[in-house]
Ligand binder design. Structure first.
Ligand code: NAD
Length: 244
């Protein structure tokens, strides 16, 4: 079945690879972005040239009205939404003692409330169709502790709770809800760690390298698609074996 997807945070990194893989697989894709309009439009142009059906839409996932407007725009352009990939996220290293309330709130607003907004905005279409798929992007740090990333880790654990609970709630309606928990993936997000730390993280990864956005996109596409038709409430670690 052809899917109509929203991928949040899709101008770069993992979201970009997910949007590309879905479009190349025949899905109609909304590339959501926050600030990097040029990158989003450049991706859309490339995918369109390849025969893909894509659109770009600026929205802060923390902003309910903006997310609703995006969902409406997708419906107008492509019809009912059948897939949500809640990927947009922010990360950073902070000692817990130094975390200001505004930082705590912003992490939760983007990483958790963002998922709530985009899923709820798309859900009426899926409930009406008695079908659909939702994939959240958490982190291996949502399953294990990460020193100096307590807030990030808490948001990613929350996403896993959301995924599992929503999977149970929506299962009778035919909508599947799953989660990908990436390990260390070589994107802009992790560049702040520096080359030395990244090299040691690659070494600490049993498969001996950092992940690529495409590694994660493959896991997302698997869970999103019909081949995963009997999977719901699952957390798939795309982490090179890091937390096995
Ligand atoms: P990235 O920083 O390259 O991409 C994140 C994207 O989210 C960016 O395009 C950014 O603009 C967007 N975004 C941020 N706030 C937003 C908002 N309020 N509204 C809309 N978009 C917003 O990072 P990435 O590595 O591609 O991360 C993608 C997801 O994967 C994130 O949820 C991240 O937590 C998760 N993740 C990444 C890693 C990693 O090692 N890179 C590991 C585990 C989980």
């Amino acid at each position: 079945m052809e899917q109509t997807a929203i991928v949040t945070g899709a101008s770069r990194g993992i979201g970009r690879a997910v949007a590309a893989a879905l479009a190349q697989g025949g899905a109609r894709v909304c590339i959501n972005y926050l600030r990097q309009r040029e990158k989003a439009e450049e991706l859309a142009a490339r995918l369109t040239a390849e025969g893909g059906r894509v659109m770009c839409w600026q929205a802060d996932v923390a902003d309910r009205a903006a997310v609703e407007a995006m969902a409406d725009a997708v419906r107008r352009r492509f019809g009912p939404i059948s897939l949500v990939v809640s990927n947009a996220g922010i990360a950073g290293q902070l000692q817990f003692q130094d975390v200001r309330e505004a930082e705590w709130d912003r992490y939760f607003a983007v990483n958790v409330k963002g998922a709530y907004h985009v899923i709820q905005a798309a859900l009426p279409d899926m409930l009406h169709a008695h079908a659909g798929s939702i994939v959240t992007v958490s982190s291996m740090w949502g399953l294990r502790g990460a020193s100096c990333e307590a807030v990030y880790s808490a948001t990613k654990a929350a996403l896993i709770g959301l995924t599992r609970s929503l999977a149970l709630e929506l299962a009778p309606t035919g909508i599947r809800v799953n989660c990908v928990a990436p390990g260390v993936i070589n994107t802009d997000m992790v560049q702040v760690l520096g080359q030395e730390t990244l090299a040691s993280l690659a070494e600490a990864t049993p498969l001996g390298r950092l992940g690529t956005p495409e590694d994660v996109a493959a896991a997302v596409c698997f869970l999103a698609g019909e081949q995963a038709g009997f999977l719901t409430g699952q957390v798939l670690c795309a982490d090179g074996g890091f937390i096995v």
